[in-house]
Design a protein around this ligand. Structure first.
Ligand SMILES: Cc1cc2nc3c(=O)[nH]c(=O)nc-3n(C[C@H](O)[C@H](O)[C@H](O)COP(=O)(O)O)c2cc1C
Length: 365
């Protein structure tokens, strides 16, 4: 009898026992009625696989390239704030787990371990793909300093999140008046200025922080501005329309991430997997297209790749793994996904990532 979780859903059901109610609500919630949150999952079931048979799949290769660099699997950990709410090692544990499994990692601006410490942990564990997610603050000096630090620390790309001029309304966080517990800090920002996610009466402290600190006046010109600050490639995260993807490329993005922020921003927005093929068609092979939102099984990854994604990002399940058994749990979650992808590729006649083509998946109406 096996007692350890066999899949990502089992981690999700174990996680609540290991988290404060405030942390659980913060991790799990979506915006308003959580329609997009649910649809990110439901939408995967609207695509059916059309497997090929009698292909030699005795040797399988999950490696691919992202931004021209080799990566052992087409899986990255999505940027997620405040990982010390799940486990005291927080983002350090995630970085080590991702590197061990050959998954990439995108570190949030709002991390609870400093970007320098995460880069060290990640490099020591032989990470091949480490990106820094950037929220542009109103204070452009602070933003510039973050970019310089990320570049100096060895991050390989900047992932600019563009779907959060304001924070989506997450009513569970509002009800609990979400704030970071004492002793936990915005590790990248404390040294630059005394920014905090503090208690806000009748409000989520994070909503209040974003309203005060993030720059809601961002436009495409700011993508150019960011590109002018750095030698690193800029990846734009939070695209749901083909025309926006085309603009992102025009303004210098080297990759786009199709994402609705895990259903946490605009409720009612299209499920990421449904938005993917239009975007792939719009930008062709000019840039890499990635997607996130609701990826929970290897077959979800196979579908996303068949629809034209170069890689996927996975969010909440990594937090569930971290919460249940720390670094080991995060590693197991990523390993499960990788192994499921391997089996799904074998069963659909794909010995390698380039063999996954559009004919493998069809939407049902
Ligand atoms: C707890 C939590 C915190 C997040 N923090 C950030 C963040 O700091 N920056 C960002 O760009 N996206 C953030 N996201 C969105 C994720 O990067 C990603 O788009 C989403 O979680 C993917 O959906 P999934 O959780 O269904 O896999 C966060 C998501 C969660 C669940």
């Amino acid at each position: 009898m096996i007692t350890r979780p066999l899949n990502l859903f089992e981690y999700e059901s174990l996680a609540p026992k290991h988290l404060s109610q405030m942390a659980l609500d913060y991790f799990a919630s979506g915006a308003w009625d959580e329609v997009t949150l649910a649809d990110n999952r439901a939408a995967f079931n609207r695509y059916k696989l059309h497997p090929r048979v009698l292909v030699d799949v005795s040797q399988r290769e999950l490696g691919t390239t992202l931004l021209g660099q080799p990566i052992p699997t087409p899986i990255l950990v999505a940027p997620m704030a405040f990982q010390c709410l799940a486990n005291s090692e927080g983002e350090l544990a995630t970085a080590r787990a991702a590197a061990d499994v050959g998954a990439g990692m995108v570190l949030s601006t709002l991390s609870t371990k400093s970007l320098e410490d995460v880069a060290i942990a990640s490099n020591l564990a032989n990470q091949s793909c480490l990106w820094f997610q950037l929220y542009i603050h109103r204070d452009r000096g602070l933003t510039r300093a973050l970019v310089e630090r990320a570049e100096a620390a060895g991050f390989q790309a900047l992932c600019l999140t563009v779907d959060a001029p304001l924070l989506g309304r997450r009513e569970r966080d509002q009800r609990r008046e979400f704030a970071l517990p004492s002793g936990m800090e915005l590790a990248n920002l404390v040294t630059l200025s005394d920014l905090k996610i503090a208690h806000a009466s009748g409000e989520s402290g994070l909503f209040a922080y974003v309203a005060q600190q993030f720059d809601p006046s961002l436009t495409w010109q700011d993508v150019e501005w960011l590109q002018s600050l750095t030698h690193l490639p800029v990846v734009v995260k939070g695209i749901l329309r083909g025309d926006d993807a085309v603009r992102a490329v025009e303004y210098g993005a080297k990759a786009v991430i199709v994402s609705n922020h895990g259903g946490r921003q605009l409720d009612g927005a299209i499920a990421s997997i449904d938005a993917l093929s239009d975007i792939v068609t719009s930008v062709g092979d000019q840039v890499d297209v990635l997607m996130d939102g609701g990826v929970r099984r290897g077959t979800d990854i196979l579908k996303a790749l068949a629809l034209g994604a170069k890689a996927v990002l996975v969010g909440r399940p990594v937090l569930w793994g971290l919460a249940v058994i720390g670094e080991q749990g995060a590693r197991h979650v990523l390993d499960l996904l990788k192994n499921e992808l391997d089996v799904a590729m074998a069963l659909s006649g794909c010995p390698s990532i380039p063999a996954i083509d559009a004919s493998l998946v069809k939407p049902i109406n």
